[in-house]
Write a protein that binds this ligand. Structure first.
Ligand code: YH5
Length: 306
């Protein structure tokens, strides 16, 4: 029995996977002028639980995730990013069966209840497929489709369901990437390495209009390199792909302010605003209410509304 949640009966009837409504919503988000908020929703078991949960407790966990999602949406989340594997630098990888057991019931439950598009944070082809069948419309892969069969699987899902894919810049694996944070010029190198992933995606038939790019703050980059990248964001935006950025609570905030992750909400909202001002279209965040305020102020400054 895999760890995590196990759904024992269908919660609500699922829409068919070809239902293009969330994809159309995502398309509008990509094309519209307003910046959008992607809220982080962890489908990892609580630190106090050992993962070997009884069914009742698993259902309770699922109920808690649903409540949390409702709260994030009420605060202004436009998109929910569901991840079952910790992709933090240095984190251990999770078995695919475990990832599936964590992520799929959550996506099914959220797709049945909410209208916001759902994103799946995964690098595993089987998780991509199952998550999309369960209702996810964006594949957020911090490994930019580098795992075996990831490109082919994503291409199939793009063709069949019209999903979007986010290609994030990184180097190596979470355990090795800190040693790979070496650049002569971080902005052009990250740009060139992202373009290589775009070309790999296009080579298997993924259309440019389905691609979102992400510079991968904190992934194989030290703090000065992360700020150089934020400064150079307009150059990445000039590639013409919508940009997604994840700055929320990261070490680049902690190292400057000297505060722990729990006290990085203000810093995160400020960097989200600065990233949007420099061309980011989607910000991936923990603190949705604060970010929504920050982005409304950016919009007021830019004097645009949609
Ligand atoms: C991202 O940038 N990041 S997981 C360390 C922290 C805080 C947060 C306390 N998935 C990204 O959020 N997906 C992650 O220190 C992502 N872009 C995209 N597309 C890392 C994370 C975090 C790490």
């Amino acid at each position: 029995m895999p760890l995590g949640w196990v759904r024992r009966e269908p919660l609500v009837v699922q829409p068919p996977p070809t239902d293009a409504v969330p994809q159309a919503q995502l398309r509008a988000m990509m094309q519209g002028a307003a910046p959008r908020i992607m809220a982080i929703l962890n489908a990892t078991p609580d630190s106090f639980s050992d993962g070997g949960l009884f069914f009742a407790q698993q259902r309770l966990q699922l109920d808690r995730v649903i409540d949390r999602a409702a709260q994030l949406i009420a605060q202004g989340a436009d998109l929910l990013d569901i991840g079952g594997e910790s992709t933090r630098p240095g984190a251990a990888t999770v078995a695919v069966e475990e990832e599936l057991a964590r992520v799929v019931p959550v996506i099914e439950a959220l797709a049945a209840r909410f209208e916001v598009p759902l994103s799946v944070d995964t690098s595993a082809p089987s998780v991509m497929r199952a998550a999309v069948a369960a209702g996810a419309s964006l594949i957020n892969d911090v490994r930019a489709l580098t795992r075996p069969q990831a490109l082919e699987t994503a291409a199939e899902l793009v063709r069949e369901v019209g999903v979007f894919v986010c290609l994030m810049h990184s180097r190596g694996e979470p355990t090795t990437m800190d040693a790979l944070a070496q650049y002569e010029a971080v902005v052009p190198q990250v740009q060139a390495e992202l373009v290589q992933r775009v070309q790999a995606a296009q080579a298997v038939g993924i259309a440019a209009r389905q691609i979102v790019l992400d510079p991968g703050f904190g992934f194989a980059k030290n703090t000065p390199q992360n700020y150089a990248l934020l400064r150079g964001l307009p150059q990445l935006a000039a590639l013409g792909f919508p940009l997604l950025v994840g700055l929320s609570r990261k070490r680049m905030i902690g190292e400057v302010l000297g505060v722990p992750p729990s006290a990085r909400g203000l810093g995160s909202a400020i960097l989200a605003a600065l990233a949007v001002e420099r061309g980011a279209r989607i910000v991936r965040v923990h603190d949705v209410a604060e970010t929504a305020q920050a982005l409304r102020l950016v919009r007021a400054l830019q004097h645009e509304s949609d």
